[in-house]
Design a protein around this ligand. Structure first.
Ligand code: SIN
Length: 494
């Protein structure tokens, strides 16, 4: 069925190892399900440790030659890959929508978003400058150069099946690393299509390797890389418990880590905010990908004096969102990724109501007749009267639910905003210039949106603090995460 939508040769279902598409050695298969229809749209390799090992062997073998290419040579291949991604934008978007569920317009946007990282790191590949260090002792020359860390294992999530793998693989390749990658079990087809385009762009065999695995087999695939001393870095986007597991288990070989983990983003509307702009900012940040992003606001704090007006405006906008499958071009909110995701959203809403929340709009699962297909749908929801005792104040809901909390002072709301182990993104709306800098300084997050809801950009550093992880993706910092510094000192010059 998917084959009718996209040019068939982009639909790859095997692993990609040492420049070849290969089935899983044990022959197992993993169903890929369209979350809008619950139909199986493809079967991909369900790999085990032997496949992971073969991928690491290939990446290790390819590393010396790739490392020794110049930055300019690596940049040329990345630019070719970028051009191919843009050329296949529509097909890639259809694959994303089919396996992930997001509306087509958003999927097209994701292709551009992911491609922007490939282009950015193609440009950065030629700028891996080090330092000339003034020597403290005469007769020496001292310098610091940057080198690729080696083989990188990239473990990527389902919510942006193209953009997240692109923004890990592109800087790794630009730095001179080789890659073994494992896409999320729900969304392997987009990753495979992206790797097919990289193959066509001409990356040497072994520089990029892709291994797909089910939820059941993922631990043995990842464990094989964790235990392998040749794998020098793990880059992961996903949940905080899994990030902590990776940090613990990679300690044995002291791998470098980039962990982009869960968030619990506050969105603060002060009494002097432009309320219309705040509502629009919230719509953009909260409902992108149906609320399934790590940076989307999870707790909305609104000042007492503007609370009721804000909730009314917000509910009007949220109640008008069109929910449905990507095949319906009117859809603004697609299905959630799977049954577990809808169950979690429902659990959060039921708990919030039990703790005194009022459902202003939404607050229920949607049936096939509501949404137009038999997928995992939940109605876009606004809850008033939220408080910190609710589960949704502590955990990421990862769905289209906006809980609104009241506050009355700046100190109180900054305290509430920071009252979480997480620290990925925060947003606030105010027109007071002094408050802007005061609040921005106090928020304990890696990313802050000030009168802005759409923050992501390839030129900006993306990443968190506290239990949202460490490392940065995008920006010039994103390349450093794949390199180490080597100090060279030549003596005897006098
Ligand atoms: C994420 O949800 O992890 C990524 C979101 C983004 O890149 O903006």
């Amino acid at each position: 069925m998917l084959g009718e939508l996209v040019r068939g040769e982009l639909l790859r279902t095997h692993n990609f190892i040492a420049g070849r598409w290969l089935p899983a050695q044990a022959g197992a298969l993993l169903d890929v399900v369209d979350p809008a229809t619950l139909a199986t749209i493809a079967q991909v390799a369900d790999s085990t440790a032997v496949d992971a090992q073969a991928a690491a062997d290939a990446a290790h073998a390819a590393f010396p030659a790739w490392r020794d290419q110049s930055g300019r040579e690596r940049a040329q291949l990345l630019k070719r890959w970028h051009a191919l991604i843009l050329e296949h934008r529509e097909d890639l978007a259809r694959i994303i929508s089919a396996e992930q569920g997001k509306p087509l317009a958003e999927a097209r946007g994701e292709v551009l978003y992911g491609a922007s990282y490939v282009e950015w790191f193609a440009e950065e590949a030629t700028r891996t400058h080090g330092d000339i260090i003034p020597e403290p002792v005469r007769g020496r020359k001292m310098m610091a150069v940057k080198e690729p860390v080696g083989v990188v294992a990239a473990i990527t999530p389902w919510n942006f099946p193209l953009a997240m793998i692109a923004r890990k693989i592109a800087p790794a390749l630009a730095a001179g690393c080789t890659v073994v990658a494992k896409p999320a079990e729900d969304t392997p087809l987009t990753a495979a299509a992206l790797v097919e385009l990289a193959h066509r762009a001409g990356f040497p065999a072994g520089t990029i390797n892709l291994v797909c695995a089910s939820r059941e087999h993922t631990p043995e695939v990842v464990d094989a890389w964790l235990a392998d001393p040749r794998v020098r870095k793990i880059t992961f986007t996903g949940s905080t418990p899994v990030g902590k597991h990776l940090a613990r288990e990679s300690a044995g070989t002291l791998k470098k880590l980039s962990l982009e983990l869960g968030g619990n983003a506050p969105f603060i509307v002060f009494e002097d905010a432009d309320l219309d702009a705040a509502v629009e900012g919230l719509m953009v940040s909260k409902f992108r990908n149906g609320g399934q992003t790590c940076v989307c606001p999870n707790r909305v704090f609104v000042h007492d004096t503007v609370h009721d007006r804000f909730v009314e405006k917000l509910a009007t906008r949220v109640g008008a969102l069109h929910v449905g499958p990507a095949s319906d071009e009117r859809s603004q909110i697609g299905p959630m990724i799977n049954q577990r995701a809808v169950d979690k959203i429902e659990r959060h809403v039921v708990d919030a109501v039990a703790h005194g929340a009022r459902v202003v709009t939404g607050g229920r699962r949607l049936s096939a007749s509501d949404a137009g297909s038999a997928g995992h749908y939940y109605a876009p929801t606004v809850l008033a009267g939220a408080n910190m005792a609710m589960v949704l104040a502590q955990e990421e809901t990862f769905g289209p639910v906006v809980p609104v909390f009241r506050f009355s002072t700046e100190d109180e709301v900054v305290g509430l905003a920071n009252d979480t182990p997480f620290g990925l993104a925060a947003y606030f709306y105010t027109q007071d210039a002094k408050r802007i800098w005061r609040v921005a300084d106090q928020l304990e997050t890696g990313i802050v949106g000030i009168n802005e809801g759409a923050l992501a950009a390839e030129a900006a550093p993306f990443g968190g603090v506290k239990e949202s992880g460490y490392g940065r993706e995008g920006s010039r910092d994103g390349l450093d995460d794949y390199m180490h510094v080597k100090y060279l000192c030549q003596g005897g010059l006098r």
